[in-house]
Design a protein around this ligand. Structure first.
Ligand SMILES: Nc1nc2c(c(=O)[nH]1)N[C@H]1C(S)=C(S)[C@@H](COP(=O)(O)O)O[C@H]1N2
Ligand SMILES: [Mo]
Length: 303
């Protein structure tokens, strides 16, 4: 391990592969200065890909976060204005213990794990991102999901004074998303609070965002302030905006093209101009874990 100044670990100035090897070694022991405690070490790697992660530089400078603009570098430039502390998430609908949970209380007792996930945007680019987070199922169990609940709805913070994109049209703010309850309960579905061992960068959805790795990136809603358990399928921002192009399920599927482009291949951000496009995998490579959720469904209809 290279010598470094005390303080939070920083990854941006070393190569991703070397970093990753270091990181794996570090995870096996206690590390002072980690922004977030990483627990449940027995689970590290269980759901993770061994593909090399993108660099912190790439992950934090090529973003979609339309509250801060339409360009990939807008979130890095403008998300700093978002106040993320204090932060509360209100949980309601068909739950036994509804309420407004302060972030510290929300994550209390939830085992924070490292999950290195493939991440596939509907625009046919991809990354590999080492998230820290906890299973959404753990939180839902804690608040007590009632038998009549069938879906989970999510809402991003609405703060037009800090989010310039929300002062303009195009999207019916705030950004909303949703999952079927069984998708939400799947162990792959996490609420992420950090990446690369640091607090979640603001452009990536601080302080807490959803990550659903077998679905197109737009399902992974950022900066969540509201979670509602519902009996009816919730409305989602992209489905509302362009229903013929973006469905509720949005499972990564190389066989179902977007009406305006192919979904068969993807461009890995940072791979370099000479690297070929990669083949996109069914369910983004997570079929073993999730294909059964869609047994009997026509995925060309339920896109
Ligand atoms: N609130 C909110 N969440 C959002 C978005 C957004 O514009 N606003 N963009 C989505 C899209 S299209 C993608 S690809 C991912 C990008 O996440 P990343 O910037 O962390 O890679 O965030 C998703 N979550
Ligand atoms: Mo996306």
């Amino acid at each position: 391990m290279p010598a470094r100044a005390p303080g939070p670990l920083r990854w941006s100035d070393v190569t991703p592969k070397a970093t990753w090897i270091n990181r794996r070694a570090l995870l096996t022991g206690a590390v002072a200065g980690l922004a977030l405690p990483v627990v449940a070490r027995a689970d590290v790697g269980r759901y993770s890909t061994d593909a090399a992660p993108n660099t912190l530089e790439e992950i934090t400078n090529y973003n979609n976060y339309y509250e801060f603009g339409w360009n990939k570098d807008d979130p890095a430039a403008y998300a700093g204005a978002l106040t993320t502390d204090p932060w509360a998430v209100s949980i309601g609908g068909l739950v036994d213990r509804p309420g407004s949970y302060d972030l510290a209380d929300l994550i209390k007792g939830q085992p924070i794990e490292e999950r290195i996930y493939r991440f596939r945007c509907v625009e046919a680019w991809s990354m590999v991102i080492p998230w820290q987070g906890f299973q959404l199922a753990g939180l839902l169990d804690r608040v007590g999901v009632q038998a009549s609940a069938k879906y989970v709805a999510f809402e991003t913070v609405y703060r037009p004074d800090e989010m310039p994109g929300q002062r303009g049209g195009g999207i019916n703010w705030p950004y909303v998303e949703g999952l079927r309850l069984d998708e939400a309960m799947n162990p792959l579905t996490i609420l992420a609070t950090g990446l690369y061992g640091e607090e979640m960068p603001k452009q990536n959805g601080a302080p807490i965002r959803l990550v659903v790795p077998w679905k197109y990136g737009f399902k992974s809603i950022k900066s969540i302030v509201k979670i509602t358990l519902t009996a009816e399928q919730p409305r989602t921002t992209w489905q509302e905006l362009q229903p013929s192009e973006y469905g509720f399920y949005a499972n990564v599927n190389p066989e179902v093209d977007h009406p305006r482009w192919s979904q068969a291949t993807e461009r890995r951000i940072g791979a370099g101009v000479f690297a070929g496009r990669e083949e996109t995998l069914m369910f983004n490579g997570y079929g073993e874990e999730v294909a059964a959720l869609y047994a009997g469904m026509d995925l060309a209809v339920n896109y």
